[in-house]
Design a protein around this ligand. Structure first.
Ligand SMILES: [Zn+2]
Ligand SMILES: [Zn+2]
Length: 128
């Protein structure tokens, strides 16, 4: 009689322990295998433009500006002698430093958010 009572108490405990061990194993497996895809999730388009790629973008001076002379990054006026970076495609212009700082973090036009075409960087310096 006592044996069966002990057994009745022991079996659920054993079951609980087994469930607990399986749960811990699953948790360990999940943490070990979930950490991998969480890290490199950054899409390529979110990384900015490298300095060498920035060099390939059109660069003019303030007096060559065709439309507007206000920099949308710092909201300051672009002087006629200041270096200006033009975003290819939408042709928006910004101070060279303002545009390069922004573009090194985001591959977009700071004003209209037009994406910079990656082919601009690969095709412009063909050796032939
Ligand atoms: Zn500026
Ligand atoms: Zn633009």
């Amino acid at each position: 009689m006592l044996d069966s009572v002990l057994l009745a108490l022991f079996l659920p405990c054993l079951g609980m322990s087994a469930v607990f061990i399986v749960y811990m194993c699953l948790l360990w497996y999940a943490t070990n295998h979930h950490s991998d895809p969480a890290l490199p999730a950054k899409p390529v388009s979110d990384t900015g433009i490298s300095p060498s790629q920035l060099d390939k973008l059109p660069r003019i001076t303030g007096k060559d500006l065709l439309m507007g002379n206000e920099c949308a990054v710092c909201l300051d006026e672009i002087g006629t002698e200041q270096p200006v970076r033009v975003v290819p495609g939408c042709n928006h212009a910004f101070h060279l430093e303002c545009a390069d700082t922004w573009l090194s973090k985001h591959p977009l036009c700071p004003l209209c958010r037009a994406k910079l075409d990656p082919s601009l960087f690969s095709s412009s310096q063909n050796p032939c």
